[in-house]
Each structure stands twice: as C-alpha cells, then as structure tokens.
Design a protein around this ligand. Structure first.
Ligand code: GCW
Length: 670
C-alpha cells in the first residue's frame, strides 16, 4: 500500500537485468513461486520461512515454472557435497545462516536452526532486491550481538512516552481474547531485520504489568511472536513487592522480597517458558530502586537475577539521573556504576545509553563503554527522535549509531576497543518509534531508523550508507538515480539537525518538557541541570561547558588517550568543542573563524541543508508514488521552517549574551 504500511517488505517486481533470473538459459531460472525445496522438519518457523519466500519471490519475479530453485535446509540435513556448506556455520550463534549458489545453480539457504532459516529467507529476498542478483551467492551471516531488542516506552493505557506515531500498538484491553493481526505484521517486520526480543512496556513501569491478568495478555503475545524468534520482556517497577505483594518493603536483601520476585518469575515462566527477562530503571527520575534501602544497583540486579535464574536475563539501565546540584550530570552513571564492575551476576546486562547525557543530536560516546570489562554491556539508542524533531524532521540515525559503535574507547589491550567490541556479550536496545499510525513510525523516513537499528544490531560493522541504500531500494525504488540522491539526503540529514539545533558540541538546548523547539535561554527551572542555559553557559565571557580538569573533569572519565584528544580546543574534533570546553567568543576555531562566527555559520549550514533536502526530494517525485511523495514533501517543508526557527531563536539569544553583531554575510533573524 502507498500509505507506508508495508514498510521495507514491498517486494516490488524486479525488472530489467534482474528479470534474467526468469530466463531458462540461466541456471537460476525460474520457478520461483513454487520453487522452494525443504530439507528440514516442518515447524511454525519453517512454515513462515517458506511462506515468506513464496510471497517474496512471486512478487519479485513474474515468471512461472515448477522447478525448485531454492533449497531451504538445516545443516544437520545436508549430506554429500552439500555438507560443505555447513562449514562456516558450525557452533555459530543462533540465527546464523549461509546463502550459496550450488553447483547446479540452485540457491541454498542453510542454517543450524529454524530461526536461521527464516532469517536466511529474508536475507535472500533482501539480496535479490539490492545486490546484483545475477552474481553467484556466497554469504555467511552471523549475528554480531546476542540480544537485539526493541524497548517500547508504552504504557498499559496505550499512551507512549516520547512516542510520535500514535498510540501503543499493543492493545492490552482486547488481549488475551483478541490478537490484533497487526501483531503478526509487527513480528514479521522485526524478524526480517533480525530483532529477537521486545520489551513491551515503558521503563517507567506500571506494576499492573505483573498482575495475573496482564501475564495472560503477555502470554498471548509471546505465543504469537515465538515462531518469529522474538522473546518478550517486561520492564518492572522495583517496588512491585509493595504495590502488588502487600509487603512493607522492596529491600533487595530482604528474603521476603526475594521470595516474592522468585514466585513472580515462576508464575511468568509457567505461562511463557521462553520469557526473556526484566528491564529495570531504578533510582532514576523518581523511580524506586535498591538505593531506597541503602543497597547498590548490583544488590538490586542480582536479587532479580536469582529470581530469574538461567531462564532469562536482567537488563539494568545505567541511565541514573537524580537531582545532582553539585555533580555535572553527565558524570553520574560512571560514578555509580564503575565501582560495581565485576559485581553483577552472569545473567545481568548493564544497558547504557549511547551518550552520557540523554539522546542528544550528538554526544560523545558514554564513558562506561570499555570501562567495565567484567560486566556485560548493552548499548541503548533511541529510534524515536525525542530530541531530533520527533517524527516530523527527517534525521536518519544510522550515521549516529555507526559513529558511536565505531568510536574507540581507548581501553583494551592495545588501547583499541570500539564501543561495538564492548557489547558483544550483551546487545543493542532501541527505544522504539513504532505506534498505531498506518505507517508505523510517524513518517516514512522514520521507518529507516527502525530498519537501521535491526541491521546494525545484527552486524555492527555495516555502513550507515549501505543500510540506507538497501532500505530505500526496498521501500521506495531501485532506480540508481533515486538511490544516489536519497542515500545522500539520509547521510546528511542528522548532521543538519545537529547544525540547526545544537552545533559545535552544544546539547540540551530544547524547550523544556516536550523537547520540541529551541529554548537556549531557559534558566529559571527548579533544578539547575534542567535548564538549557546551564548547558550552554553563554555569557559575555564565552560559551560552552568546561569539562576539562579546570571544570567538571568529566573528561577524566575517559581513557587517557581519548581524553587527551578532547582536551585541546585548538586541535580537538570540533563536533564536541563546546561539550568539553568553555571558550571566549573570539577564540579562533580551525576554520579561522571565531567561535561566534563558526556557531552562526553552522546554524546557517543546517538551515541551508533543509532547503537542499527539499530540492533533492522534489526532483525524486517521478520515482515515488504520489501519496508518499507528498507526505515526505510536507514534512520537509515543516522541517525547513523549524530549522529557521531554531537558528533565529538561538542566534538571537547567543548574540545577546555575546553582545556581538551578526557576522558579515549572515542573514539577520526577522
Ligand atoms: O530521554 C529521557 C526521557 C524520559 C525517559 C528517560 C529514560 C522513559 O525524557 O521520558 O523516560 O529519558 O530514558 O528513562
């Protein structure tokens, strides 16, 4: 449909060269609709894989024949010559698969398990639409990370915290009796990109989710998602033993409390044998936690880990943000968690946001990555763009996430350990942008952020542009001209948002509460670190947050090699300049411009980019159906207008602090 419901699973017919797959002269020819031969026991998952291949191939190829061209096989069923194809798969992580063109021209999808067969089927369909489909295939696909989870910030009343795409897709009211068919489409879309778990409720968790009524509802979802390789998880409220259990305490070291959690876990596992586990936000933004009883995060996490045992995982969030009049807020998590390294049970994973503040358009990577070598870590990113213009502004986040995954933490043996390296025994969590809107994500291009999340969690070494390209090819058009322009737009889009909202390392300049639109001047909120002005520190003497040794020394939380790279304002990466440095307005940046001039230039660059994106998209009209073309064009228009709003409001405010005139060539705010 042209309303975006089909996501990247449109399977638009192949044309031109690719159609030669139908040519009987080509070995691969043919019979694709019926052409799947099975060498595996049937199961719900295998049946889904076969159905997906039929659906995809019938739509991609318009040729008819009955000769099998695809062999879908479990490695334990491969014998003789074919057995060689199981080689790279032996002992690999669940879901791994191999795609290969065999000697007789047939395509093999091989895997050790059924979910690998399903992933491989999606992998083949993706390949046929994006790569040169006539090449001989030999692809080994092994997930980089064991846990690839969506985190829904969805409440039981279907409100979504920081959600911009309608209501929650989880219809708790009608569950368990009625399963919305959309749940199957949701599971299928997630499986197509390798997502293997979903935390169905907000980390600001309602205890109601742990009641028998809701466990029965969750069971219905778990049963529906299971064949797609998706396990369900729950966010839990740490004080639930009091709210639900009638206890007078939630102290993790109180045996009555531990017993309550154990029996609650048993109750859940009786209904959902493959329940994934608990996600916990504790002692942060008013949520209860172990510190309420003088206990540590490790005490709390380990108590829950014992309740769950080897049946699942406790994912404990490191986003601990409480009133901190004295400490620079970005230092809090490291201060609390670093001393706990090695103290967490084996089935506990620490979930750390990409940056130390809060999902800003750009932040340096979180200093906990690499600093806790004895703790399993998970990277949390936000698909829903709370601080990047919601679902209205086009900002492709693949580039943001590869930036953090590829960042060298400076830890490890040779001082080379990327963030991606630090999460190999944990995973990635994406705060979901999915809602009840027909197009799922609030805008067509926001679907790309869901897609990119899944692809990167599967393979952290993929390039953001490559992902953008395959997404756009499947979602819109395979026309090379269309793809070149679209990938460029996507590539540039996040930097544009950085430029018109928070250039040069500024952060947290959004209006308070809703986080939409500019508010750099706000300085009258109750707690200092709620105020944008606290972060920009702009006054007559200069701008920026001194986090060097002379300031908060947040820089000291990084490995020395990394910290030294960010300590000299003359040579450091200027994308982080005002994050780490407070500088006089007339400080010379690397461009030769003063800080003031550079700031204005970057705001202007961001605005200019939004106009360029409008022009680029206008030229793509011939390649896109009218409805989706217009949807995107309308959003781009709003984005350009609001980029200008951001730029004018911010530049006016900073000019008043600096007492500076606008640099020559800059247009004055109206
Ligand atoms: O980004 C902030 C949001 C809160 C959110 C919190 C968190 C779920 O503004 O709405 O609460 O982070 O990550 O816990």
């Amino acid at each position: 449909a042209e309303d975006g419901y089909d996501l990247w699973l449109r399977y638009q017919p192949l044309s031109g060269a690719s159609q030669s797959l139908c040519d009987p002269a080509v070995d691969l020819s043919g019979p694709v609709a019926q052409g799947v031969q099975l060498q595996a026991q049937r199961s719900a998952t295998v049946d889904i894989a076969v159905a997906e291949l039929h659906r995809g191939l019938a739509s991609l190829f318009r040729c008819e024949s009955q000769k099998p061209t695809i062999l879908l096989a479990r490695t334990d069923q491969l014998s003789g010559k074919e057995a060689q194809f199981s080689e790279g798969l032996r002992g690999q992580m669940a879901g791994s698969y191999r795609l290969a063109t065999m000697a007789d021209g047939r395509i093999l999808i091989a895997a050790n398990d059924d979910i690998g067969l399903l992933y491989g089927s999606f992998g083949l369909l993706r390949h046929l639409q994006t790569d040169s489909a006539n090449q001989k295939l030999d692809q080994l696909a092994i997930p980089a990370l064991p846990l690839r989870l969506l985190n829904h910030w969805d409440n039981p009343d279907r409100g979504v915290e920081r959600g911009y795409s309608g209501e929650s897709i989880f219809d708790w009211w009608h569950l368990p009796d009625h399963l919305d068919p959309r749940m199957i489409d949701y599971a299928r879309a997630n499986a197509s990109i390798g997502i293997n778990g979903t935390v169905v409720n907000n980390v600001n968790a309602s205890p109601i989710m742990l009641t028998p009524r809701y466990i029965a509802k969750l069971q219905r979802l778990a049963d529906a998602f299971r064949p797609y390789g998706i396990r369900v998880y729950l966010s839990v409220r740490f004080s639930s033993p009091r709210e639900l259990g009638g206890l007078d305490s939630a102290d993790p070291l109180d045996p009555k409390v531990a017993a309550w959690w154990k029996s609650k876990a048993d109750e859940i596992y009786a209904a959902i044998p493959d329940f994934g586990g608990f996600l916990v936000k504790a002692n942060s933004e008013g949520q209860p936690g172990p510190q309420d009883y003088g206990r540590t995060h490790a005490d709390g996490a380990n108590m829950l880990a014992t309740a769950i045992g080897d049946r699942g995982t406790v994912i404990w969030r490191a986003f601990v943000y409480q009133s901190s009049a004295e400490t620079d807020r970005v230092k809090l998590a490291y201060e609390e968690f670093k001393p706990l390294d090695g103290k967490f049970a084996d089935n506990v994973i620490l979930q750390v946001k990409n940056g130390p503040l809060d999902f800003q358009p750009r932040e340096p990577f979180h200093p906990l990555f690499g600093a806790m070598p004895h703790t399993r870590m998970m990277l949390e990113v936000q698909q829903t763009k709370e601080y990047l213009g919601f679902a209205t502004h086009l900002a492709y986040l693949g580039t943001m996430w590869t930036e953090v995954l590829d960042a060298n933490t400076g830890h490890g043996k040779n001082g080379h350990l990327t963030v991606a390296d630090t999460i190999v025994s944990g995973g990635m969590a994406g705060v979901s942008n999915i809602g009840s809107d027909r197009n799922w994500s609030g805008s067509h291009f926001d679907q790309a952020n869901w897609y990119a999340f899944g692809r990167l969690a599967w393979d952290t070494s993929l390039s953001a542009d490559a992902i953008a390209r395959e997404w756009a090819a499947q979602t819109f058009s395979r026309n090379p001209q269309f793809l070149n322009v679209t990938v460029k737009m996507m590539h540039d889009s996040r930097q544009a948002v950085v430029d018109y909202m928070t250039p040069l390392g500024l952060a947290h300049q959004m209006a308070t509460g809703h986080h939409y639109g500019p508010g750099p001047w706000v300085n009258d909120l109750e707690r200092p670190e709620w105020n944008p002005a606290y972060y920009n520190r702009a006054d007559k003497s200069g701008i920026g947050f001194d986090r060097t040794k002379n300031g908060s020394d947040a820089l000291g939380q990084y490995a020395p090699s990394v910290a030294s790279g960010w300590s000299d304002p003359h040579t450091m990466d200027e994308d982080y300049l005002l994050w780490f440095q407070h500088l006089p307005w007339n400080f010379r940046t690397q461009s030769g411009r003063t800080v003031w001039e550079e700031l204005v230039a970057r705001y202007d660059r961001g605005v200019a980019k939004t106009h360029e994106m409008q022009r680029e998209w206008a030229a793509l009209a011939p390649y896109v159906d009218a409805q989706r073309y217009q949807d995107v064009a309308d959003d781009l228009k709003v984005q350009a207008r609001e980029a200008q709003w951001w730029r004018d409001a911010s530049v006016s405010y900073f000019a008043s602090r600096c007492e500076c005139d606008l640099p020559a060539g800059a247009t004055a705010p109206p």
